[in-house]
Design a protein around this ligand. Sequence first.
Ligand code: ADP
Ligand code: MG
Ligand code: MG
Length: 480
Amino acid sequence: MQNIGYLEISPTSLEFLKEQAIDWALSHGLIIRSNSNFSSTVVHAPISLFPSPFPKKEFELALELQPIFNLLFHKLSRDHELIEKVVGELINVDDFIQKLYNIYLTVRKEGITQQISLGLHRSDYILHMTPNSTDAHIQQVEFNTISSSFSSLSTLTSELHKYLLESTKYFDVSPALKIDALPTNEAMTNLPRGIAKAHQLYGSKNTAVLMVVQPAERNAFDQRWIEYILMNNYKIHLIRKTLFEIQRDGKLDKDTKTLIIDNKEICVVYFRSGYGPNDYPTEKEWDARLLIERSKAIKCPTVAYQLVGAKKIQQVLAIPGVLEKYISNPSDITKLRSCFTGLYPLDSSPEGEAAAKLALEHPERFVMKPQREGGGNNIYTKDIPQLLRRITPLERSSYILMDLIQPPMMKNIVIREGKVIQGEMISELGIYGVFIGSNNGDEDVVINEIGGHLLRTKGKETNEGGVATGYSVIDSPLLI
Ligand code: ADP
Ligand code: MG
Ligand code: MG
């Protein structure tokens, strides 16, 4: 990867750049809640000072893949046989997946009252350097069907970098820093637009959107922007509630299955919580999830969509012949496959046994993943053998094994809570997808769009990603 001289910036220029960036961030809502004085104090979001170089060709490929993935996941969410087979095998080893699956089965048996579903997805990639080559290609990390965050803060970071370039010329540290190498990023408005379209399709005007939130969310402003844009651009009211509050304040109309919260009809339920076991500390939260799933509100996502976002499904999709069941265009299949890295089951099948053996022999080549979201759950390289030896073969089947993607390093300078950190970094590109489909037939695609992008950057020694979890910062791509 082209090395860009960001680190050669003088200490005075760096200090100035940092002040400019922090003030811009605080002025424009590129912020998160502070750890102390939680309710009234904010801090700038963790951000990079410079945009990070990213190959234009690979960026464009990631954009091109998005509508194909959007449609694929819609089809997967409707494939009961697949869900029954793949998820059905996980329920004996994963209580959380089992709870979701039970809701899926219950509502399926009762009859689905809302045929329309809204997907606000994000497909994540890391560039992989082919050994002995200078070429880097995107490899998919995962496809998120629930609570894909940072669409608003990502757009703001793209704008911050444009502002810094235009106002300071970045002190001419690199000729690569040009305004037309910074792609526009409309994620901030595209996600609310998808929600507004779902609101329109729901059919009754006097309704509100429900955002399901976590009780102590630090990343509240990324979410608030969605709420404010819905109000400003579409005059749509959004209510924020935790699963506990929904269980307490919500009810269903017995006959119409209309979801009512605080006497208001809910048209769309958008989940920014509910993706992990911690979001369901008691049965009350599970009751709320069932209440929502039973309702005729449009869900973003449905439980089916959440289930097919499982890492196990990603591994199944990589098995030769599986993509062909869902996609007819061979060139689309080739494109998708080109971004799949090695994915292996860890169950008791011959393939699973072979993968477990390989992981014990060469742990440095792999990452082991449970069926979890939100960061901090994976087991990397040297930690794999110990875990593999500790768990039973049955427990092993709740994980998948994946090749470790080896990204090129580049140098950048980032700031976290006012502190400057510089050094070798690696980036992860996310592409948002906006999809509205109906469950009636094959052609019921109302919207299938690219929603914008997110670049997250972290120190090269960090395995995990995740801005909220404190591993990475929000960045923007400099297309080279
Ligand atoms: P989650 O759903 O918790 O976000 P991910 O699959 O995205 O789980 O993994 C979390 C982080 O771990 C990613 O953001 C990425 O930084 C790192 N990671 C995951 N898979 C790989 C891989 N195959 N190679 C290298 N890094 C990976
Ligand atoms: Mg995820
Ligand atoms: Mg992830």
